[in-house]
Design a protein around this ligand. Sequence first.
Ligand code: F3S
Length: 623
Amino acid sequence: MTAGKEISLKVDHTLVQDATGTMAFLQFEAMGISRVKTEKSLIYVDHNTLQTGFENPDDHIFLQDMASNIGVIYSRPGNGICHQVNLERFAEPGKILLGADSHTPTAGGLGMLAIGVGGLDVAVAMGGGDFCLMMPKIINVKLTGALAPWASAKDIVLEVLRRLSVKGGLKTILEYTGDGIKHLTVPERATITNMGAETGATASLFPSDEITLEFLKAQGREDVWRPLAADKNAVYDQELEINLCKLEPLAACPHSPDNVKPVKELEGMKINQVVIGSCTNSSYLDLMKVAEILKGKKVHPDVSLVLACGSRQVFQMLADNGSLAEIIKSGARVLECACGPCIGMGQSPKSAGISLRTINRNFKGRSGTKDAQVYLVSPETAAASAVSGVMTDPRSLGEPFVVPNPEKFSIDDSMFIFPAYGDKEIRRGPNIKALPLKCELDRDLQGEVLLKVGDNITTDHIMPAGAKILPLRSNIPAMAEYVFEPVDPDFARRAKEKRGGIVLGGDNYGQGSSREHAALAPMYLGVTAVIAKSIARIHYDNLINFGIVPLIFMDPATYDTIGQGDRLEICGMKESVERGDEELTARNLTSGQKFSVKLLLSDRQRRVLSAGGTLNFMKAENS
Ligand code: F3S
């Protein structure tokens, strides 16, 4: 278990959501395996619940039929956001969860080792395959003291982001310890582990203690509890200490979750929209605090407040105890329990609008409005600001109130459809297209630089989402038309005209979500390699999974010497991959210059890349 060495994990649970699940299911099907081999596998329909055309409902039916046949539990649209519902009903301390969603680490709040990966890795795990990764370094985040009034779990994780940045967690696991933990409920811990993903961390982990047991009891699931804590003599690669007493309400300013400032420095800024919800902050306790703040008040006339509970359980409980009535009376617009505005599915802000959101990401354009300014804040800051019409430090509300932990959550699993393990015919709408497959890796790599991009390019830049594009997720030829659209709308046309080529990236290329379409759709357009200063972990793995060669400049300064349109070549690429060469010589055929690139692959990744991707590899293994 040395950091940087490949390890393989036996996966207990898997999770996909509809945006990644259609593809994962098509991939599972293509492997020719009839039943899932995990202890528990789930599909949550929470991303594309808007039905503006036939595509989404058709996909939901496909997912429901497939789930039933192959042994996956199906969570119906309206039942809630995957990570919130999973925490409530399925997460188990000490188990390993692999999820095709970058915020899968949310379940770490309950002591589960939960990792976000591409859908293909999940499909492989569903088929009984191990999950292989480089052993991460472990950062100990020690929390001491207790939060001051009006500071929240969101402020803790914003402080982690302020210190570590959106790159500081790359190839690490954030393990939380310290006496501050005992003041945090499981949903608060889950807010922290959720946004650990924004640091690039592989996972974030809290111990499983008495508080975990209380939560599980209230969910009627105490039988899955077991105590888990760090060894007394545990040694860490890095330590970070946060004194909770000193934290104040914070906000991540546009356009990055690590651009963190105290709310009081931003006070008085006029706002146009407030969005409360998402898998980060939509638990019962979050929404109860919001309801308390809104009670007897009205949303400011210049502000649109939209709100979505994270799960039907939360929604039901707010309805039962009258809090929902307070929220409605305030003038808030209540949405269904789903990702909604977080993924750009409706509720885009006005042009150049300022939107305060309790979500986890504020990348430019993700809200659906290119010039909107999105600030990430706690539910308390969001609700206080919705009433005042300006950015408001919740401490100005005076004495804080206490929302007691519920002794019993409202439990109703009727929106899950449990598998029938039948052979029923799968209904496939016209939006479900066959999976594009790649040939095995070419002997030599040769191609034109189709696009040169800067640092911190996200998967949203590479394969944007939103109401227009997401419904095409199982129709790759149609979806590929939008590859790199926010950066260069001509990219898809050029890639097709040149019959593919190479993408040049800066630092932290492919950060953000686990969206495997950000590798699959470029592969369809003929992208054969990405050469960058550095590549985000999940995207690096996704590139390999789809047969695209991920290369890192040995000398980052080489990036400046290569231009868009240059032709590059690496002779003997396939042989180098198979041999395990870590340093390769590339040639810029346009300038005549030679340069070195790094290719770090495990044994398995070498074989996958050589075969042209995981699907080809698995098919060969199973035949
Ligand atoms: Fe959904 Fe946004 Fe979370 S898209 S899963 S609510 S990050």
